[in-house]
Write a protein that binds this ligand. Structure first.
Ligand SMILES: Cc1cc2nc3c(=O)[nH]c(=O)nc-3n(C[C@H](O)[C@H](O)[C@H](O)COP(=O)(O)O)c2cc1C
Length: 365
């Protein structure tokens, strides 16, 4: 049974990736000799997690006793937009959630404990994988088909049933989820905050330089790095995609015309959606952030079945004074960690953003 599930999973990975080469399913001799096919499959599924600028800020140390230590990859930090590693820990939370669901999809259970107590700790969590009697094959499909969707959100309000369903994915001890329906006063307030915080951000040179370092414009750079943003994940198509692939480089991000076109896109996006979801946690410590990242990923993995596109728009949380304004104006009790733009989508696009090979983030110790 397990072998069958692994085969199905590998076929799914291959079918989802053949056109876009989203992940690499061939691995080094060391990986193939030290890890089982299932373990490799679980790590590949974990790596499909979302992360700020697609930096994929995780690494995994495989210990001799079989436990896996999840660490921060300090080469993938974003000091300009994420100086306190808040988004890094949220992204690693999403990675851990994918790892747990990935294990469950192949007939295993992942026991985990958090190791970090400070925001700067390198060791984040310890995971052990055990065989289980139950399997959830549907999870690998959800992981492989999840994606950020920024374009073509409809203005139709998100139904109360859909929001209530998404809220059930957040556990009692977890963060709080608030939703502001399109057209509501709160929603208009968040629309405005998005515009103001993005104007502030496009005018910060450190932020634009950091963004320039994480956008891969041409195919060679995209496939050499296998992380960061690219014309596909920026949802450029047709002539616009060809133009940037052919003529853009790092310096293009620092020009006034790039700033102007970014703001035009932001204005278009905030004028069209079904509402804003805010996920906030009770405490502002590393474990709460990891749990918030896990809850966010559970929601993210289930929006597609409701035909809802999900687009994190984090700038108001990255920029002062907007980060404190939002908490006070919307009377949010905890600490807001995600602002998610939601909208119904007619033709749900397939995922495009690519991932590093697991060979590049696994070490044996
Ligand atoms: C903590 C966090 C913050 C993010 N912030 C933004 C954002 O401000 N704007 C945006 O367009 N996408 C944002 N994203 C989405 C990532 O860019 C996206 O997950 C990544 O590029 C991989 O693409 P995928 O989600 O389609 O796999 C964020 C994701 C995470 C986990």
């Amino acid at each position: 049974m397990k072998q069958l599930l692994t085969l199905i999973s590998i076929a799914l990975l291959a079918s989802c990736t053949s056109n876009q080469h989203r992940i690499i399913t061939e691995h080094s001799k060391e990986i193939n000799s030290m890890l089982s096919k299932d373990e490799i499959g679980i790590l590949e599924l974990a790596s499909m997690a979302p992360s700020g600028h697609n930096t994929q800020p995780w690494q995994v140390v495989i210990k001799k006793d079989g436990s896996w230590i999840i660490q921060v990859n300090e080469k993938s930090l974003l000091p300009a937009v994420d100086p306190h590693r808040r988004e890094c820990l949220l992204s690693i939370g999403a990675f851990i959630q994918n790892l747990i669901y990935g294990a469950e999809s192949l007939g295993y259970a992942a026991d985990f404990s958090f190791l970090c107590t400070k925001m700067t700790d390198k060791n984040i969590a310890c995971i052990t994988i055990k065989e289980s009697d139950t399997t959830h094959p549907e999870f690998s499909e959800k992981i492989m088909h999840r994606r950020t969707v920024k374009s073509h959100h409809k203005e139709k309000a998100i139904s109360v049933e859909d929001i209530n369903f998404l809220k059930t994915l957040v556990r009692q001890e977890d963060p709080e989820v608030s939703f502001y329906q399109s057209g509501s006063q709160e929603c208009q307030y968040i629309d405005g905050l998005q515009i103001l915080s993005n104007i502030q951000q496009v005018n910060r040179e450190d932020v634009q330089k950091e963004l320039a370092d994480w956008i891969r414009w041409d195919n060679k750079t995209i496939y050499n790095n296998r992380d960061g943003l690219n014309p596909d994940s920026l949802e450029l198509t047709g002539i616009a995609k060809w133009f940037v692939q052919t003529f853009y480089n790092k310096n293009s991000v620092l020009t006034d015309s790039f700033k102007t076109s970014t703001m035009k896109k932001i204005e278009e996006m905030v004028s069209k959606h079904g509402g804003w979801m805010i996920i906030s946690c009770q405490n502002d410590d590393p474990v709460s952030l990891l749990k918030t990242g896990m809850a966010f990923e559970r929601i993210f993995l289930h929006v597609r079945e409701l035909n809802i596109g999900l687009h994190p728009m984090t700038q108001p949380l990255e920029e002062s004074p907007f980060n404190s304004n939002i908490k006070n104006e919307l009377d949010i009790k905890g600490f807001p960690q995600f602002i998610l733009r939601l909208g119904y989508i007619d033709d749900y696009p397939e995922p495009k953003s690519i991932r590093k090979s697991i060979d590049s983030f696994i070490k044996f110790e």
